[in-house]
Design a protein around this ligand. Structure first.
Ligand SMILES: [Zn+2]
Length: 121
């Protein structure tokens, strides 16, 4: 399954961050996902639930942020969001639009639990 391999590489990436920052645990993993990413949100969440407990990231929460499909007009250079897959500029009506966002599935940020400094002890 496509989602499972994406989640597996996501968890590997976060596991490396955990190690780099000498953190105790991963609290939250935030990813962004566009409508053209070719990824099903439900399947990502299922794969995550299935895989996370066997990695260094166990106990982490996954937050999926859905990003809109965005585009830039090649005629008037306006940036706009595409709704209902209507590929036309919202300003001038041109159909010469370039998709600038919405194809991604990527790690946004990670909240790590870092051991407290014990300087006062
Ligand atoms: Zn335009």
């Amino acid at each position: 399954m496509h989602e499972a391999s994406l989640v597996r590489s996501l968890l590997r990436q976060v596991g490396e961050l955990l190690f780099e920052h000498e953190a105790e645990a991963v609290v939250t993993i935030r990813v962004e996902m566009g409508p053209l990413s070719g990824v099903e949100r439900v399947l990502v969440e299922l794969a995550f639930a299935d895989l996370v407990e066997s990695t260094e990231c166990r106990g982490a929460n996954l937050i999926v942020e859905e990003v809109p499909l965005s585009a830039r007009c090649r005629d008037c250079a306006a940036d706009f969001e595409i709704e209902r897959f209507r590929f036309a500029c919202s300003h001038c009506g041109s159909s010469r639009v370039q998709v600038t966002g919405g194809e991604e599935f990527r790690l946004l940020d990670v909240e790590l639990k870092v051991p407290q400094e014990s300087g006062s002890l």
